[in-house]
Design a protein around this ligand. Structure first.
Ligand code: DQA
Length: 175
């Protein structure tokens, strides 16, 4: 089967998906690999245990496995820290080699000018993701300082938010 090319997008996966039905995960049809940094801020290592009525019962490891499974064509650098400086150091260390970023800064999203400044220095685009809908929660969560350094922000879609973010970053890098 010859893949149908539309722009830089090769439409081969829809064929396999229709053949295997829902057994096959819906993977992105962008074949060009990219290195994506997935950054998590304070308290997110406790996903699955922490307020499951808000954040769900799946763990950070579940999220990492899911992302790798859905996007086998890409490489990922996962990093979580409860410390603002460590997150900033990680960004600095990978300023040029990481092509795109997905960041859930946790509570630092509402307070960290330093993290926002570091994100602005990255070579690749970043998208901020929040598992919960921060706009339906306390008013102090409505102010997103770090999101001002990102090309976009997704809030309230759970793990799916990460998938949409990665798909959007693929699109951005191919523009
Ligand atoms: C969060 C939302 C933040 O307000 C909170 O401090 C978190 C998690 C989310 O993913 O919904 O730690 O970033």
């Amino acid at each position: 089967m010859i893949p149908k090319k539309s722009g830089t997008r090769y439409e081969i996966f829809p064929f396999f998906r229709s053949f295997f039905g829902k057994q096959l995960p819906v993977v992105s049809s962008y074949l060009c690999p990219m290195l994506v940094g997935i950054l998590h801020g304070p308290n997110l290592q406790l996903l699955g245990v922490r307020e499951p009525e808000i954040y769900g019962s799946k763990t950070l490891l579940d999220l990492e496995k899911e992302i790798k499974q859905f996007f086998p064509q890409h490489d990922f650098l996962f990093f979580q820290s409860n410390h603002e400086g460590e997150l900033i150091d990680f960004l600095h260390d990978h300023r040029t080699n990481v092509q795109a970023w997905v960041i859930n800064p946790g509570g630092l999203a509402h307070s960290s000018v330093a993290l926002a400044d570091a994100l602005r220095m990255m070579n690749g685009p970043a998208i901020e993701v929040h598992l919960s809908n921060v706009f339906q929660r306390e008013s102090f969560r409505h102010n997103l300082i770090t999101a001002s350094s990102c090309i976009g922000c997704i809030s309230g879609l759970g793990f799916a938010g990460y998938h949409f973010a990665i798909q959007m970053l693929e699109k951005k890098l191919h523009e």
